[in-house]
Design a protein. Structure first.
Lengths: 469, 370
């Protein structure tokens, strides 16, 4: 299906996002006969983790690793499940009455759902260092996207900086694809180890530790890994040098490309815009939706599965998607036979094991999350850390008031690149917790649509008469 | 026991303006606001500062308000983002233009000269981007637009500097006469004051009900949307009459599109649900009127919760049942421009017992008579 006009006016289940959670949820629901549509804004399904799974030009299995190729099964399962899989489809609104606004090839539709599963996954945590807006500085995730989707690899002097499992994975993938990495600048605090230690036994029982250790060895054998507690990008109009240091030292490293990453956080925009309740997760340093055991949010009929429900990784995401789908089937078609959710929950618990260890070990240091001075915080509106801090000092109480004063979060990205930073800066200045400060109230459309697209939305006959002159 | 000269219920543009003007007269007001100042319609409206196309009963208030807008920085220490490029009411047909002509002539007979009929040539000069099918319109040249949240906050801040107190996150739960004063019960304890102003916006009917004067108040949430930045192409605010539209480009290039299509409000939850089929109607209107906007991107849509009276004009003046209580609500989606002037008038009324600005026809008694 490629056209908005082909969509039914209503579906039992609308799944938003075609990563592991969305694919697993759509497959399960469609197989037992729920009319199911899955929307994904990318040209193909897979989400970030399995991006390009049906189309990647990288055929050498070892480059992306065996975990990547596991996504193929999910994708083919969804394809034959009976679900309508619509790619290139941008969902720009979802409201508590379960009306879903979607745009396909420049045409918009409003679709009515009986149940919705939001599976919009994660996005990279903002990494606002001095110079992060220079051309030549990008996120590790963006580099991985081009690698998976187009098979493109960087060809200049490449430096990776930050922390977290994905950064190590990307380093390994780039090395296998033949990229030379000048250095890996590790921003994780040494002290994290001590705090993480109590969670080590769980981690050792999880499937991750062998793979993780192997990745570390693979990268460390080929790339100098340097611990840093200061980091900036320098250059005139484009990146020339990465400046880093520990304690009193300062080093400069010539570079053409700096890839930044310090973890991923739930992409809460769509769930937030529906009015679903969210809470601060102090261990993962992010907001996440408040969900019940079936991953249902505070808005009846809307569930959030996958990393959007809190970061747990791709295999856990699929299990979460199944649990949410089972709940939808039980509500809409109780006679259908579905897997025992308890069994799925047990699988999920295994997949989530060891997460606490990783979260704490790779907790990004405060100084890298709460910038100072002229470092840009909101890229869309070019608002600096100094401005945000000063405004908080003069009594601006929260991110929503800050929008009005500085326009932070008012640009096209709708706070994806600054929301957490602004919350944390206000909290620090005012001596409050991020939970008390709260997050932006997000407004639809959660993805920009053109006026022409909006004007193309079919509306009821009564409305149409009022419009015709 | 907390005491004040006046308790102002509601920290919107009206409550904050009244508090400032009371403080300027040497009185001590306390503003009680259930959320934070400017949280609802006052902070998220379209920002139009318009005398044009108003009901005759509120024109005197609007004109007195305009005089304050023109020296807003002097009053509140912030220019409030106010700019003055006029408002243009565009006629989409000759028939509509004829109706506008009758209205303007009527206003002139009543002694109001701010509205001026314009033909095709002047319309094109003021709004070059408008589609060719429009034969003319009406302009009010002193009108403009301002930043609503910034304005409300500026009034709040200056009121506090001049001696007002603003209590936020506190809800009024009761209103009882206690001898010669009113006892305002709140979620943070009682406050006593001889005078009370009900500027509670979409919640004002509940305050009025405490006084035994129920009013037919409709809770509404007019929708707005804003585009990404586009190159500057229009200076005045443009409004339509036949179809619902208000349209303005801000100094930063973004375009705010409104006009009174309504979302579904949930006032007890501080929440609104947008109606995309109506926003689509707005998008189509803009598509026809301003072809230059067709490829612009809509980045955000929202609605603020406010009160509309059945006759679409506000309730302003003394309570009909309770001495010492004054109403200032029900601005029916056009109260932002009226904020500065109504606050000044209200402070004058409270401090002196009379006002020079005619407010006939705006009293709450008009509903009891029906």
């Amino acid at each position: 299906m490629t056209s908005a006009a082909d969509l039914s006016p209503s579906y039992d289940l609308v799944v938003i996002g075609g990563g592991p959670a969305g694919l697993a949820a759509a497959s399960l629901a469609a197989r037992v006969g729920l009319s199911t549509v899955l929307f994904d804004e990318n040209p193909g399904v897979g989400g970030q983790i399995y991006r390009g799974i049906t189309s990647t030009p990288i055929k050498n299995g070892t480059v992306l690793g065996e975990e990547y190729w596991a996504g193929g099964a999910l994708a083919s399962e969804a394809k034959v499940s009976g679900a309508a899989i619509v790619t290139g489809a941008t969902v720009w609104t979802l409201d508590p009455s379960l009306a879903v606004g979607v745009s396909i090839a420049g045409k918009a539709r409003l679709i009515q759902a009986r149940r919705v599963i939001i599976a919009t996954g994660a996005l990279e945590r903002p990494f606002p260092i001095p110079g992060w807006t220079l051309p030549g500085v990008m996120t590790a995730g963006a580099a991985q996207t081009t690698l998976k989707a187009q098979g493109l690899v960087p060809d200049g002097r490449t430096v990776l900086a930050g922390c977290g499992p994905l950064l190590w994975l990307l380093a390994a993938q780039l090395l296998r694809a033949g990229v030379k990495i000048e250095a890996m600048l590790d921003t994780a605090s040494r002290r994290n180890w001590l705090r993480a230690l109590p969670h080590l036994p769980d981690f050792l029982l999880s499937p991750y530790w062998r793979k993780g250790l192997a990745l570390l060895r693979e990268v460390k054998a080929k790339v100098p890994v340097i611990a840093v507690d200061r980091l900036s990008a320098a250059g005139d109009g484009k990146l020339k040098e990465v400046v880093y240091g520990t304690g009193g030292t300062e080093h400069r490293l010539a570079a053409d490309l700096l890839l930044l990453h310090h973890g991923v956080v739930p992409n809460v925009n769509l769930a937030n815009a529906t009015g679903a309740a969210h809470r601060w997760n102090e261990r993962q340093l992010c907001f996440e939706p408040v969900l019940d055991d079936d991953f249902t949010s505070s808005v009846p009929g809307i569930a959030v599965a996958g990393d959007g429900a809190g970061i747990a990784g791709g295999t856990a995401a699929a299990e979460r998607g199944r649990i949410a789908a089972i709940a939808a089937v039980r509500a809409l078609k109780p006679e259908a036979s579905v897997p025992d959710p308890q069994v799925v929950r047990q699988k999920l618990a295994r997949e989530e094991m060891g997460r606490a260890f990783l979260d704490i070990l790779y907790r990004p240091a405060d100084s890298f999350r709460r910038p100072e001075g002229d470092t840009v915080v909101c890229r869309c509106e070019e608002v600096t850390a100094r401005q945000v801090r000063a405004m908080a000092d003069t009594g601006c109480e929260g991110p929503n008031q800050m929008k009005a004063f500085l326009r932070s979060g008012m640009g096209p990205c709708q706070g994806r690149l600054c929301g957490l930073t602004v919350t944390e800066l206000i909290a620090e200045q005012r001596g409050l917790s991020p939970a008390e400060v709260g997050y932006y109230r997000l407004r639809p459309p959660v993805k920009p649509i053109t006026l022409a697209e909006l004007a193309s939305l079919p509306i009821g006959e009564a409305e149409r008469k009022a419009v015709e002159r | 026991m907390r005491t004040a000269d006046v308790v102002v219920i509601g920290g919107g543009i009206h409550g904050c303006s009244t508090a400032l003007h009371l403080a300027l007269r040497g009185l001590k007001p306390i503003v009680v606001e259930k959320d934070y100042a400017g949280r609802h319609a006052s902070g998220v409206n379209a920002g139009g500062v318009r005398q044009l196309a108003r009901h005759v009963a509120e024109i005197p208030l609007s004109i007195s308000s305009m005089a304050i807008w023109e020296r807003i920085e002097e009053l509140v220490g912030d220019d409030c983002g106010f700019d003055c490029h006029g408002t243009v009411l565009v006629a989409e047909s000759e028939e509509e233009l004829a109706g506008f002509r009758a209205r303007v002539e009527d206003l002139h007979l009543r002694g109001f000269s701010h509205e001026e009929l314009i033909g095709r040539a002047e319309l094109k000069r003021l709004v070059p981007a408008v589609s060719d099918y429009c034969p003319g319109g009406v302009v009010s040249r002193r009108d403009g637009a301002a930043d609503p949240f910034r304005t409300t906050q500026a009034f709040r801040r200056r009121a506090v500097e001049k001696g007002a107190e603003v209590i936020e996150g506190v809800r009024v739960t009761g209103l009882v006469r206690a001898g010669s004063v009113w006892r305002v019960e709140t979620s943070d304890g009682p406050i006593e004051a001889p005078k009370v102003v009900n500027a509670a916006g979409a919640w004002a009917d509940r305050i009025a009900a405490m006084l035994g004067e129920p009013v037919p108040l409709e809770v509404i949430a007019p929708m707005l949307m804003v585009s990404s930045r586009v190159p500057p192409f229009i200076q005045p605010v443009v409004i339509l009459r036949g179809r619902k539209l208000s349209f303005k480009q801000l100094a930063n290039g973004t375009v705010v599109i409104g006009g009174g299509h309504l979302a579904t409000p949930f006032r007890d939850e501080n929440r609104t649900v947008l109606d995309w089929s109506k926003l689509t109607a707005s998008a189509r209107t803009v598509w026809e009127l301003f072809p230059v906007m067709r490829e612009a991107t809509i980045v955000r849509a929202w609605a603020g919760i406010e009160a509309r009276m059945i006759d679409d004009i506000p309730v302003v003046g003394p309570s009909s049942t309770s001495e010492g209580v004054y109403h200032q609500f029900g601005f029916s989606a056009h109260g932002f421009q009226l904020g500065p002037g109504t606050g000044a008038m209200m402070a004058e009324l409270i401090a002196t017992g009379a006002t020079n600005v005619p407010i006939d026809g705006l009293g709450i008694g008009r509903f009891a008579a029906r």
